[in-house]
Structure formats: structure tokens, C-alpha cells
Unconditional design. Structure first.
Length: 256
């Protein structure tokens, strides 16, 4: 099977990678318990395909999603999302703060057939969505403002026809709007449009807020504003998420 196109991720500001008024780079975490379908969701989002073969993510994997102006409300905005697919076991690891550093958005994924991965049942797991949210919110010096970054919840495996989740209760626990919680299926693609409708406007508003804040703080910039500085450097020697083998390290991403 052929491999997708690769790019090197370098430690430099977005102003150095893209010209003035060009694309912004936004680092997004995708987190959740083991076997909830995080990688399958990313594959469906980026490639609109499904791979039935399960391969657990060890550590972290990476991919790139390019958003065009029409994805962001038709304004003169474009963004390149750097997606960090975090292995489910990493909620317990010492590397979580390193992986999360510089992130500007989070997508939580849970399994509708195992409500303990979501966090609304009495037997909620320690790697549930609610636990991930709590752990991320407690990381010090990692997020500029965790409460105001774009977030969405994917309740995956809707194709099994099982849904015992109280959306409003979950939204209240996570302190987000119910519309940001989407029932979906990475297998058949159900809910992906609803996810984009919930997540992309948040990205657009986030970009506009950051640009406005930057203009108010630094009207004159020399050598790159650092507004959307490149997120934490992706580790080296890695095959891409889409169409490549799983690995802890990488120096390349898939461009969609």
C-alpha cells in the first residue's frame, strides 16, 4: 500500500512557515480510553475511510488536517490542524504534560458500548472522558486558558445502536454546550458532519480572538509574532498515522 505525502515539522513560528495572512497552525489533542476508536475517528475525519484492523496507539501519533476558508465560515482564514492522537494509557503517564504543551484544542472520544469510557456511569473508568478532562484542566503551565480552547466530544460506535448517555448531564460535567457532544460512528461516518458543525466554528472564533488579542498587545512585530507559534516539536523517526505503522515517535505528518 502506498504512503501518503509527508512534511517535516520544524520548530519555527507560523509566520516563517506561512506568509503574512496565511494559514495558522493549531495543535489539537485527541484523547480517550483504550479501544474507543480515536484513531478510527481521525481516519474517518481526514480520509473518510474505515480500517477494521485494530492497532493500539503507543504513546502518540500525528496527522495534519488542512482547513480552508469555507470550513471556517467563508472568511479570509485558513488553518492547518496538527492532530496529536494520544494513546489511552497516557492519561497515567509522566509524558502527558509534554504531549499537551502548546495544545489549543481537545477532542474527547468515548465508546457508547462502554459507558465507563465516557464517565456518566457509576463504574466510570479512570481513563474516561470526564477523567481526561479533569487531568488536562489540572496541568500547570500547559494551556494558555484551558476553559476557552475549542473542545468537542465524540461518542463513538453509534452503529451498535446503543446510547444510554445523558448528553445534558455530561455537558454540565464537562462545562460545555450540549451541541459540542456528538453521537457518531467512525465505521459508517455517521455524525461527522455534526462534529464539524460543532468544532469548526469554535476554531474560527478562537483564531479571531487570538489575532485580536495579538494586535492589541503587539501592534509592531519583528521577526515573527509567535501568535500561532509551532506547537511542541513532534518526536522523530515515525511513520504517519494514516497509511503507516504505529510508533511513539515521528518527524512527519499526513497532509489532507
Amino acid at each position: 500500500m502506498g504512503r501518503d505525502s509527508d512534511i517535516d515539522i520544524e520548530l519555527m513560528s507560523s509566520q516563517q512557515i506561512f506568509p503574512e495572512g496565511g494559514e495558522k497552525i493549531i495543535k489539537i489533542l485527541v484523547v480517550g480510553a483504550l479501544e474507543v476508536g480515536k484513531t478510527a475517528f481521525i481516519r474517518r475525519w481526514l480520509k473518510d475511510t474505515f480500517d477494521p484492523q485494530y492497532r493500539p496507539t503507543i504513546g502518540v501519533d500525528f496527522a495534519i488536517k488542512q482547513l480552508l476558508p469555507e470550513d471556517l465560515g467563508g472568511q479570509k482564514l485558513a488553518a492547518r490542524i496538527q492532530i496529536w492522537d494520544i494513546g489511552g494509557q497516557e492519561v497515567f503517564g509522566n509524558m502527558m504534560g509534554v504531549y499537551a504543551r502548546g495544545a489549543e484544542g481537545v477532542i474527547f472520544v468515548g465508546d457508547l458500548t462502554r459507558t465507563k469510557t465516557i464517565g456518566t456511569s457509576s463504574d466510570s473508568g479512570s481513563a474516561s472522558i470526564t477523567h481526561w478532562n479533569e487531568k488536562l484542566s489540572q496541568l500547570k503551565g500547559v494551556f494558555e486558558d484551558y476553559s476557552n480552547i475549542p473542545k468537542a466530544v465524540i461518542l463513538n460506535k453509534a452503529d451498535f445502536g446503543q446510547n444510554d448517555v445523558d448528553i445534558h448531564s455530561l455537558a454540565s460535567t464537562l462545562e460545555m454546550g450540549p451541541s459540542h457532544i456528538v453521537t457518531a460512528s467512525a465505521k459508517d461516518g455517521a455524525g461527522m458532519q455534526a462534529f464539524q458543525q460543532a468544532f469548526y466554528p469554535q476554531l474560527k472564533n478562537y483564531i479571531l480572538r487570538k489575532e485580536a488579542a495579538n494586535l492589541s498587545r503587539q501592534p509592531t512585530v519583528t521577526g515573527g509574532s509567535g501568535l500561532f507559534d509551532q506547537p511542541s516539536r513532534a518526536p522523530q523517526d515515525h511513520d504517519p498515522l494514516i497509511g503507516g505503522s504505529k510508533s511513539r515517535c515521528c518527524s512527519s505528518c499526513t497532509i489532507i
